[in-house]
Design a protein around this ligand. Structure first.
Ligand SMILES: [Fe+2]
Length: 163
């Protein structure tokens, strides 16, 4: 829908809730050694996180850096680096024909930074209240564009991410 008006603070929180619920379902699947369920949820996380993170790194985090805090920007980007590395390792585990007990234990550990980042990143709507109208308008345009592209996280990280 061209011209659709999205509230970036609300959109970011909706994504975080989807990621939060997927995370806890993911842990349940890992605890139950349910590879089909774990792979399905991993793919949901990859799909939800892709457009969200592209938008954050190309728009929101840059606005945080330029107008609010370079330290917060650096910290958020470090969390993204850790989560991407974890997602890449999780992808390698779920590509295996047989997932061992050690793999399941590692998968559970690898998922932790994702939960932490959801908690950190969900603090950003209160920071966004400090941005100006123009910045918020630009964020609305950017989130719409990123959703439309719908690039999964690992594909974006491998091919497009500038870092
Ligand atoms: Fe986020």
């Amino acid at each position: 829908m061209v011209g659709q008006v999205l509230d970036p603070a609300r959109e970011i929180q909706d994504d975080h809730k989807k990621a939060r619920d997927a995370y806890f379902d993911f842990i349940k699947a890992i605890d139950g050694h349910d590879s089909r369920q774990a792979k399905d949820i991993f793919n949901i996380l990859d799909a939800v996180m892709g457009p969200h993170w592209k938008w954050e790194e190309e728009s929101l985090y840059l606005a945080v850096k330029a107008h609010l805090s370079e330290d917060l920007y650096t910290s958020l980007m470090k969390e993204h680096d850790e989560c991407i590395e974890a997602m890449q390792k999780l992808a390698a585990i779920f590509k295996k024909w047989r997932i061992s007990d050690a793999d399941w234990a590692q998968a559970k550990k690898l998922a932790v930074p994702i939960l932490y980042h959801i908690a950190t990143c969900d603090g950003l709507p209160i920071m966004m209240e400090r941005l100006g109208e123009q910045e918020l308008w630009d964020l609305r345009q950017a989130i719409f564009a990123s959703r439309r592209e719908a690039i999964p996280l690992l594909e974006w990280a491998a091919k497009l991410r500038k870092r």
